[in-house]
Design a protein around this ligand. Structure first.
Ligand code: AP5
Length: 218
């Protein structure tokens, strides 16, 4: 089953994707993570996108479509979770075409709805394990033992350069201008499912599971 998790910055796409990978053996394709990896590697692509990302703007369609195309070729038995992709109508069309070429299709699009105020709270408190990428929050989901990752025992944590009020404002603007039209696009295709992302992580997870089980049963 191939699914998209759609939602504004901080909606919980990454948090829910990691759980689906763990529990359903799906493969997470996060264009944000891929771009951050490119930056960390110091590649030409990484240098090209760094400033754009820090400002909170979208990277050009051809770059992210190219990244996704490479990963799709590798295949995924449990299906793909597209996290943060597509973000424009051009990317959505490209995804359709890429999946079609591989004889695959999209099965569901899950939109996580979260209020802007809550997004600011979530983004300003977020940190991740530098070793395994587990996502935490200063108040709502701190590590059980201070300074030690619950999952891998790592002791290095990161905060993202674009997790500041200014970039977040721009990321939200980009979301409403360029990405939110995808809600109507996928609704028209009969693929859209809406989930209340304001609920606690476990409740959001349960709702996503219910939807995926229903979709799997046809
Ligand atoms: P990307 O990395 O995709 O960032 P984003 O979309 O802004 O989303 P986030 O990763 O910030 O949030 P999330 O929804 O994953 O939330 P999380 O689970 O971490 O993109 C970054 C940049 O890369 C873009 O700005 C752009 O420049 C570029 N880019 C990426 N893809 C692109 C594309 N396709 N095209 C063009 N450019 C692209 O949760 C956030 C926090 O909230 C955590 O602390 C978590 O613990 C907490 N939390 C999660 N769920 C809950 C809950 N239910 N209740 C309370 N707290 C919760």
């Amino acid at each position: 089953m191939n699914i998209i998790l759609l939602g504004p910055p901080g909606a919980g796409k990454g948090t829910q994707s990691r759980r689906l990978v763990e529990e359903r053996g799906m493969v997470q394709l996060s264009t944000g993570d891929m771009l951050r990896e490119a930056r960390a590697s110091g590649s030409e692509l990484g240098r090209k996108v760094a400033e754009v990302m820090d400002r909170g703007d979208l990277v050009t369609d051809d770059i992210v479509i190219g990244l996704i195309e490479e990963k799709l070729k590798e295949g995924a038995e449990g299906g793909f979770i597209f996290d943060g992709f597509p973000r424009t109508l051009a990317q959505a069309d490209a995804l359709d075409a890429l999946l079609g070429r591989l004889g695959q299709k999209l099965d569901a699009v899950i939109e996580l709805g979260v209020d802007d105020e809550a997004l600011v709270e979530r983004i300003s408190g977020r940190y991740t394990c530098a070793d395994c990428g587990e996502v935490y929050h200063d108040t709502t989901r701190p590590t059980r033992e201070e300074g030690v990752c619950d999952v891998c025992g790592g002791t290095n944590f990161r905060r993202r350069a674009d997790d500041n009020p200014e970039s977040l404002r721009q990321r939200l603007m980009e979301y409403y201008k360029k990405t939110s039209p995808l809600i109507g696009y996928y609704h028209a295709k009969g693929l859209l499912h809406r989930v209340d992302g304001m609920k606690p992580v476990e409740e959001v997870a349960a709702e996503i599971d219910r939807i995926l089980d229903e979709v799997a049963q046809g």
